[in-house]
Design a protein around this ligand. Structure first.
Ligand SMILES: [Zn+2]
Length: 243
C-alpha cells in the first residue's frame, strides 16, 4: 500500500502521516467534465480515501477533446458512471461515490455536508454561487477553477478566513456562455486545484487561499491577485471588510 505512494511520501512535508491524512479525507468533485477529469485522476492517484463525484450530464463526442476520463465506449453514458468506473480500475484502495445529480439550492447542503472539502469543476456561475453560499454557511473549504480558451483562473476559499466568491464576483449572475476549452490548459488549472486540495488536507499553507491565480497560456505567465472582503457581502458578511 505505502509502496504505491512511496514517491509522494518522500516529500518532506508529506511522510506516512500525510498519506494517512489523504486516506482519511473526503473530497467532493462537482463536475466530471474537463476540469473534473484531471482533478479526479490527481485526487485518486494521490490516495484521497473518499471521493464523491457529482454531475448529471452524459458523455458526448464534443467532450472528448479534453475530458479524457471518458472513452469513446462511454458516449451516451452518465459522466459519473464513466468516471467512477475509471477510478475503480485506477485505484481500488479508495472509495468512490458517483452522484448523478445537478447541484441545486435544494440539494446542495445535504450533499456537500458529507464531505471535508469541495472541488468545483463546473463551467457556469450559477453552480459556483450555489456552492459558494452553501460552503460559507457550512464552513466547508472549497477550490474553484475556470477556463476560457488559453486563459484560466483558480482560487481557494476557506469560509470566513478568506473572502468568498461573492466578494470576488458579486451576486449578479452573468449570462450563460459556452466557453472554449483546450485540454492542456484545462488540465493545468485542474492540477492547480488538486494541489490546493492536497495542501489543505496536509495542513500546509495553501498559497491560493484568498488569492486568485490567473494563468495566461498566450504568454505562459501566472499572476496572483489578492482577493478582498467585500463590505457587507450578502453571502459571507465581508467579515474583514476593513483589512
Ligand atoms: Zn463574501
Amino acid at each position: 500500500m505505502s509502496d504505491r505512494y512511496s514517491r509522494q511520501i518522500m516529500i518532506p512535508e508529506f511522510g506516512e502521516d500525510g498519506q494517512q491524512k489523504l486516506h482519511d479525507a473526503s473530497v467532493l468533485v462537482i463536475g466530471a467534465g474537463g476540469l473534473g477529469t484531471t482533478l479526479i485522476y490527481h485526487l485518486a492517484a494521490a490516495g484521497i480515501g473518499t471521493l464523491g463525484i457529482a454531475d448529471n450530464d452524459i458523455v458526448s463526442l464534443s467532450n472528448l477533446n479534453r475530458q479524457y476520463i471518458h472513452f469513446e465506449d462511454d458516449l451516451g453514458s452518465l459522466k459519473v458512471v464513466s468516471a467512477a468506473e475509471k477510478v475503480r480500475k485506477f485505484n481500488s484502495n479508495i472509495q468512490v461515490f458517483p452522484l448523478a445529480t445537478a447541484i441545486s439550492k435544494d440539494n446542495v447542503t445535504e450533499i456537500i455536508s458529507q464531505y471535508d472539502i469541495v472541488a468545483l469543476a463546473v463551467d457556469n456561475a450559477q453552480a459556483r454561487m450555489i456552492v459558494n453560499e452553501a460552503c460559507v454557511n457550512l464552513g466547508i473549504p472549497f477550490v474553484d477553477g475556470g477556463i476560457n480558451g488559453f486563459v484560466g483562473t483558480s482560487v481557494f476559499i476557506n469560509p470566513h478566513e478568506t473572502p468568498c466568491l461573492a466578494c470576488l464576483y458579486g451576486t449578479e449572475l452573468p449570462p450563460e456562455e459556452r466557453f472554449s476549452s483546450l485540454s492542456p490548459v484545462v488540465g493545468t488549472i485542474a492540477s492547480i486545484e488538486a494541489t490546493s486540495v492536497i495542501q489543505y488536507i496536509l495542513g500546509l499553507d495553501v498559497p491560493l487561499a484568498g488569492e486568485l491565480l490567473y494563468y495566461d497560456a498566450h504568454t505562459a505567465e501566472f499572476e496572483r491577485l489578492p482577493m478582498k472582503f467585500k463590505k457587507n457581502c450578502p453571502i459571507c458578511g465581508g467579515k474583514r471588510a476593513n483589512k
